[in-house]
Design a protein around this ligand. Structure first.
Ligand code: ADP
Ligand code: MG
Length: 325
């Protein structure tokens, strides 16, 4: 970038309060030097956000930062990992200090909350985009993967589903006349997803498979099915829907259910649990303070089947052609 690149890095990126003891050397040298605790594996994940594609150019930079970090921390949560470090490659059209200051406020607010340290990155000039790499620890052999689901396992999701899609519809003005307070709530759910970091760690040794919902429950559950060579049945009556989503849908349960099945960027966890682990699951989740709802079960096959009261449903879900009822 321009000659003031080092100024920018020093002023904005190298000022985080969190200083972890496992970081021997952080921002300022050619590499960071880091210590992985004995007996742990390192879980690593990268995600990019491109302006105009993943977020709109007018979006509050603090929210852009939080959303980028939340999406990345959600991947660690889905593996049952404890977050530790993050690096940030940022491309900026110009050295817009007001934008950077706001971005860093949001970034460090969330990073500090999760005790994640920014350990390095890169700063370049060009169209606005961000690439984050997060790293976390998971005890040797205990990571939650996508390939362990077995026939008869129960399928759960954390939290509620569908609010993020409703918030996006409000944002894109695809709907009008939404009550302002309701619109505000749904927008907030879209802009400020909460990565399920504690829930992910609580599921270690209990869940047989897990992932986070970034592309919609149906699409993401499909990844568990293909990696585990199994099929699934979901009872749409059991989908966890918020009161706000139902209000947004004017009480139309089918419309709310369809949003819940396809809403991306929820960053809730979807996981499978062998039936004999149900008690252990309830204890673990109550300790983590997280709600999870059983929405169906794993069976033989390779598809998701939707049911209501034991009868198959043939809902056409917009955008998911590979879906079968
Ligand atoms: P190099 O040219 O050796 O790759 P840079 O000049 O790109 O080094 O970066 C100098 C230091 O600042 C490095 O430690 C790098 O990790 C850090 N850094 C650069 N950009 C960022 C950023 N956006 N966030 C955090 N650290 C950064
Ligand atoms: Mg560099």
């Amino acid at each position: 970038m321009a000659s003031n690149e080092f100024d920018l890095i020093a002023r904005y990126f190298a000022r985080q309060p969190v200083q972890r003891s496992d970081v021997a050397l952080a921002i300022g040298d050619d590499c960071a030097l880091l210590e992985v605790p004995p007996g742990c594996q390192l879980a690593v994940s990268t995600d990019s956000l491109v302006c105009g594609n993943h977020f709109l150019s007018g979006m509050d930079p603090a929210l852009v930062a939080k959303k980028a970090l939340a999406a990345n921390l959600s991947d660690l949560a889905a593996m049952g990992a404890t977050p530790a470090w993050v690096s940030l490659a940022i491309t900026l059209p110009e050295a817009d200090e007001a934008w950077l200051a706001r971005f860093c406020d949001g970034f460090f607010e969330m990073a500090d909350y999760y005790q994640v340290q920014l350990i390095g990155g890169d700063t370049t000039k060009g169209p606005l985009s961000l690439t984050l790499t997060v790293q976390g620890f998971v005890p040797q052999g205990q990571a939650l993967t996508r390939h362990g689901a077995g026939t008869g396992d129960l399928i759960y999701v954390t939290g509620n589903l569908g609010d993020s899609a409703a918030g996006l519809a409000v944002l894109l003005k695809q709907v009008t006349g939404t009550d302002p307070e309701l619109a505000e709530h749904l927008l907030n759910r879209h802009y400020q997803p909460q990565p399920r970091v504690l829930a992910g760690q609580a599921l270690r040794g209990i869940a047989s498979a897990a992932l986070d919902i970034s592309d919609g429950l149906i699409a993401d559950l499909g990844h568990i099915l293909s990696r585990s060579n199994v099929g699934a049945v979901i009872d749409v009556e059991r989908l966890p829907l918020s009161a706000e989503l139902l209000a947004f849908c004017g009480g139309d349960l089918d419309a709310a259910g369809k949003l819940a099945l396809t809403s991306g960027e929820e960053y809730e966890l979807c996981f499978t649990v062998p039936a004999h682990q149900r008690g252990a699951l309830d204890v673990a989740l109550s300790h983590a303070g997280v709600k999870a709802t059983c929405i169906g079960s794993i069976r033989t096959g390779d598809r998701v089947t939707l049911e209501r009261n034991g009868l198959p449903l043939d809902w056409q879900l917009h955008g998911y052609d590979h879906f079968s009822g």
